[in-house]
Design a protein. Sequence first.
Length: 128
Amino acid sequence: MGRSALLGYCGLLLLISALSISAAEKKFVRIKKPFAPVYEFLDPTSKIIVQAKKGDHFELVYEGTSWFQVKVKEKVGWIERRAGIVVTSRGVSVFSIPLSTFVLFLLLLVATFGATSFLIYRQRTVEL
């Protein structure tokens, strides 16, 4: 029972690690200017899809020398490069730590506590 439970915990941790890594592969553009128009085409005279504001995040599709192509809802639009920066996360964090890292840390902590408690319990039953 103890060995299979430990293997189960290890498998769960590996799965969560793999999911965290695959989720981190996406890149986003975080808007750093107070307002930044997202254009329909690579042309400042084209229709504005949405007016982005500071702190907004959009999934990065293509990174050019002067423009970012980003995903906006169901469409793709263009933002001037100077209006934002490329980041690897949408900014969801707990105490300035990415959420996936925080969840992984909690799972490791719980698994360590559980395994230690089990080993102490098993040792005490052997001594009795």
